[in-house]
Design a protein around this ligand. Structure first.
Ligand code: SAH
Length: 332
């Protein structure tokens, strides 16, 4: 991550929404087979011709699509990742960042800093997870966004850094659609797994776990980790879970893992660990995202140590990987 100029920071809002509109309409997919005119595009997607043209022209000035002499628009290298079916597609991400459930809370940061009420709750009159649970389109979009985490570089980093040998039953707590547990099970053919998440998420997880060929070794369980987590695992992995919760909620989640874990089991947390100093840090920006959507936070190593201590675990190792860290604990 590099530092942005002050003027880019001041007006960042414009770019998110321009790219969002292109991604939402699937313009890059529509240009896959060659250039098309704005009128033709507007007709395909049911948009206002003139305004669509103006958005495309603005994007083209930023290197996303290019306007030809004959008035048609075509793909550019910078626009290619906005296609749906390319290996490094960012379309799901570009859509999520422009949707109201991710976008509007940033507009409430000022009040959030004044009052500590999460901006999301103030705007939508309910919490983030409740919103995703009751709005199936948003819920699906969020689950898809989390599944794109498999391309974040974490997966390779986790698999090459952490030694999963010796684990016989691993529970992925809040594992989303199951990209991580599928990869762990694929790499460890004798291991059994449990994917645990909210019931609405688990409904959508079967397809991925089946397509990864591990459904015979992966139990799918819906529930809430504030009630309990599936018992009898000798490893509990939590990726991007604790940063969604304040300390008291995070402690309850960990205490429930402590209740469920077998003797000699291990806790494996994959999350951001905040560094000191002023270097550019995506974690420190993610921390504010956690503030506005969830009233939650990213943590320092000593804050993680405190959470584990309060929940009956002892922190044994911190292993930095690409953007995040693996924090290992064992029951005390
Ligand atoms: N581990 C995944 C998903 C992280 S997003 C990944 O790294 O990609 C956080 C996950 O926590 C979501 O899948 C969400 O559905 C789940 N979650 C939120 N509240 C939960 C609850 N009360 N019980 C179980 N899972 C929950």
């Amino acid at each position: 991550m590099s530092q942005l100029s002050l003027s880019e920071m001041i007006s960042g809002v414009k770019y998110t929404q321009l790219v969002y509109v292109a991604a939402k309409f699937g313009i890059a997919d529509l240009l896959k087979n060659g250039p098309r005119s704005p009128d033709d595009l507007a007709e395909s997607i049911g948009a206002n011709r003139r305004n669509l043209y103006r958005v495309l022209r603005a994007l083209a000035s930023l290197g996303i699509f290019a306007e030809n002499q004959d008035g048609t628009f075509e793909l550019t290298v910078k626009a290619e990742p906005l296609q749906s079916d390319v290996p490094e597609s960012v379309r799901v991400r570009a859509i999520a960042w422009g949707e109201e459930w991710f976008y509007r809370p940033w507009g409430g940061l000022l009040d959030n800093v004044k009052t500590d009420q999460p901006a999301f709750d103030r705007i939508f009159h309910m919490g983030f997870w409740e919103y995703l649970g009751s709005n199936s389109e948003a819920g699906k979009a969020f689950d898809q966004l989390m599944t794109t985490n498999r391309f974040s570089g974490d997966l390779t980093a986790v698999m090459s850094t952490y030694d999963f040998s010796g684990i016989s039953r691993i529970v992925d707590v809040g594992g989303g659609q199951g990209w991580l547990i599928s990869a762990i099970l694929k790499a460890n053919p004798d291991m059994q797994g449990v994917l645990f998440d909210r019931p609405t998420v688990i409904e959508g997880a079967r397809r991925l776990v089946e397509s990864e060929g591990v459904s015979d070794r992966c139990e799918l369980v819906g529930g809430s980790f504030f009630e309990s987590v599936p018992a009898g695992g000798d490893a509990y992995i939590l990726r991007s879970i604790l940063h969604n919760w304040n300390d008291s909620n995070a402690t309850v989640i960990l205490q429930n893992c402590r209740q469920a874990i077998t003797d000699g089991g291990r806790l494996i947390i994959v999350d951001n660990v905040l560094s000191t100093g002023n270097d550019p840090s995506s974690s420190k920006i993610a921390d504010i995202q956690m503030m506005v959507i969830l009233g939650a936070l990213e943590r320092t190593e000593s804050e993680f140590r405190g959470l584990l201590d309060a929940s009956g675990f002892r922190l044994t190792k911190v292993m930095p990987i690409q953007n995040r860290s693996i924090i290992e604990g064992e029951p005390e």
